[in-house]
Design a protein around this ligand. Structure first.
Ligand SMILES: Nc1ncnc2c1ncn2[C@@H]1O[C@H](COP(=O)(O)OP(=O)(O)OP(=O)(O)O)[C@@H](O)[C@H]1O
Ligand SMILES: [Mg+2]
Length: 250
């Protein structure tokens, strides 16, 4: 860099070892800095600023999620949540399927009580998910692997897809995500996932029917899906549609 050049980000990730690697997800690595803090860092250098804005906004409305302590470029330093994910607790048999469905439905209801911030706009460089906006904050990846069960209660992490939108779309995306596991006939968790989708639809206070096609389109375009996984998405949508028809006939 030459004197007078403008730095690409106001914040440059430090070169110090950030701590020990807790997990490596599809797009980001999460490091434990210490007992209180983690660093989530996008591997491809994506700018975390839009999700940080939404995360700070939902925290200001007391939604259960980590506090952002520092952020810049691809990095977010946030409070460390202690506890298993809801997915780990389900796999260990420490949580019942209906209770898990209620946790997911409650998080949706709490989140959708948070109005969309006036100033927030879909980042121009974000090619997925593309959405038209809406009246509330939506997470669009609210599944058991993104819920950490802490002593203070369930907390929602992984705000990578967060946007403004409608409750129906967010609920539909969760239903389709879990239904993808249900329609994977050879999968270990197929039966359990089916039960969670049914209980989740029952526990949700909005019907996702009007947003189901959008949710299927959104999931079909998700980056990182293997071809076999992508094929499950329309089947998952069909399963949710069938379950909704059964629920609504009652
Ligand atoms: N604030 C936090 N405190 C403790 N653990 C966290 C925190 N944020 C994330 N994690 C852990 O790291 C995991 C991965 O984080 P996250 O889901 O944000 O990354 P990702 O790359 O989007 O992952 P994936 O692609 O698997 O969804 C979470 O499932 C959770 O176990
Ligand atoms: Mg995640």
């Amino acid at each position: 860099m030459h004197p007078g050049d403008v730095a690409p980000h106001a914040y440059a990730p430090s070169d110090d070892a950030p701590g020990h690697l807790l997990t490596s997800g599809t797009s980001a690595d999460v490091y434990a800095i210490d007992d209180e803090r983690v660093l989530r860092r996008y591997r491809e250098g994506r700018d975390a600023a839009p999700e940080v804005d939404l995360l700070r906004h939902v925290r200001s409305h007391d939604f259960p999620a980590p506090d952002v302590l520092r952020a810049g470029g691809p990095d977010i330093v946030m409070t460390r949540m202690h506890g298993p994910t809801l997915l780990q607790a389900l796999a260990a048999g420490e949580f019942s399927l209906p209770d898990a469905a209620h946790v997911l439905a409650d998080l949706h209801a709490m989140l959708h009580a948070v109005p969309a911030p006036q100033s927030w706009q879909v980042p121009r460089d974000r090619d997925w998910p593309q959405l038209g906006g809406g009246p509330v904050v939506v997470h669009l990846d609210l599944h058991p692997g993104n819920v950490v069960l802490t002593e203070q209660g369930p907390m929602l992490v992984d705000w990578a897809n967060a946007a403004t939108g409608t409750p129906e779309l967010d609920v539909a995306v969760t239903a389709v995500l879990i239904a993808e596991v249900a329609v994977d006939a050879g999968g270990d968790y197929s039966q359990a996932a089916r039960a969670v989708v049914a209980a989740f639809l029952h526990a949700s206070d909005v019907s996702p029917l009007t947003a189901l096609d959008d949710a299927v389109a959104l999931r079909s375009g998700a980056p990182g899906l293997l071809p076999g996984e992508r094929e499950l998405v329309p089947q998952a949508g069909a399963l949710v549609r069938t379950m909704l028809a059964l629920t609504e006939r009652r």
